[in-house]
Write a protein of this length. Structure first.
Length: 370
């Protein structure tokens, strides 16, 4: 009974929107929680290197080379530099050969591995062949048409995938409306993503003599669901003859890979030297969530009951198992989520968590208003 109600609901547009909001709020909370666990001495241990495109998706092309090949060559070189020089870091590749990996799987690989950083490597193109240079993107809503075009082109690869409308919750890479969701994105690892992106662009400009087209923001599906700092690097324009020759050459690929390597090494040093400190003090002491269910029996988080929600969290309070979604230190934000969730589950309500325990809401509100 309850199940069919949920399924009906999910067929409505509203359901998709709700799902997205919950996803985003969960998303911002998850990183905080993992940060909390890592506060002792946070180390960068795993990096996922994602060579864009592959297989039947060539990406963009120059006169001679295809983006998928350039991206793979740089990704493999970058991985090798890290493996050879930073022994404490594990490198995970989304692909090491010429195969097509679905966009959502790329982020999934990073999430499942609990990676500390996700780097997606690409090459660009533009109708005007005079344009050249590098750009490093972080996730967000584009602020200009140029960035939007890059995101649209990169996202269009999902149309090579089977059943993409279902997999990406109706996301249409060419519709402006689809991108509005990115304006709601609350990515608490944005700051680290921006730090790393800045280091990459600096290296490109100062050490490899590339034209610096800056750190930018746009809605890339491949970065959408990663739960760690993530960037997408456009290593140059294959539509520019000189840049194509550079990117197609072994030397050019080496330069680009070593620049990204140095940026990564610096980022690692920065993060690890200030980790104790920053993770301790930026941690909110109270988090709000929306409780959606409670039960005497432990429920399966993958059950149909929770199918509208990603990242349902379980708490045990006495003999009861409680299930909640969302995670934010803003009361206003959680009340908004509560009203969205109530369209689906009428009895949903806000709870407050302190030191991993549920505390009375009034106590939490008193404390945050202090
Ligand atoms: Zn690409």
């Amino acid at each position: 009974m309850c199940q069919s109600k949920i399924i009906d609901f999910f067929h409505q547009k509203q359901g998709i929107f709700l799902f997205l909001i919950i996803f985003m709020i969960c998303f911002s909370g998850t990183y905080k929680l993992s940060g909390q666990m890592a506060n002792e001495s946070y180390k960068i241990r795993k990096i996922v290197i994602d060579a864009g495109h592959g297989g039947r998706d060539p990406g963009t092309s120059g006169k001679k080379v295809k983006e998928k090949d350039v991206a793979l060559a740089i990704a493999l070189k970058l991985g090798k530099y890290i493996e050879e020089n930073l022994e404490d870091v594990e490198v995970i590749y989304t692909r090491k050969t010429d195969v097509l990996i679905d966009l959502y799987k790329r982020g999934d690989i990073a999430n499942k591995a609990h990676a500390d950083l996700f780097i997606s490597i690409h090459a660009n193109s533009f109708p005007n062949p005079r344009i050249s240079g590098t750009e490093t993107y972080v996730m967000g809503l584009h602020t200009n048409d140029e960035n939007f075009e890059v995101a649209k082109t990169e996202n269009a690869v999902i149309t090579f995938e089977e059943d993409y409308t279902t997999k990406y919750e109706g996301f249409d890479p060419n519709s402006t409306e689809s991108y509005i969701i990115f304006s709601l994105l609350q990515n608490s690892s944005l700051e680290q993503s921006l730090d790393f992106a800045g280091l990459v662009q600096n290296q490109f400009k100062n050490r490899v003599n590339r034209i610096d087209r800056g750190v930018r923001q746009a809605g890339f599906i491949v970065l959408w669901k990663t739960t760690m700092p993530s960037v997408l690097i456009e290593t140059g324009y294959l539509s520019n003859t000189r840049e194509e020759v550079f990117l197609a050459s072994e030397t050019g690929q080496d330069y680009i890979a070593s620049a990204i390597f140095r940026a990564f090494r610096d980022y690692k040093i920065n993060i690890e030297s200030k980790s104790n400190f920053s993770h301790m003090i930026t941690e909110p002491s109270i988090l709000f969530k929306v409780q959606i269910s409670s039960s005497r029996k432990q429920l399966d988080l993958n059950s149909n009951l929770f199918k509208n929600y990603t990242q349902v969290q379980e708490f045990q309070v006495g003999k009861l198992y409680k299930y909640a979604v969302g995670s934010t230190d803003s009361y206003e934000e959680i009340v908004r989520l509560q009203s969205e969730v109530r369209k689906d589950i009428k009895g949903a309500f806000v709870i407050a968590i302190k030191d991993n325990e549920i505390i009375p809401l009034s106590e939490a509100l008193n404390e945050i208003n202090k």
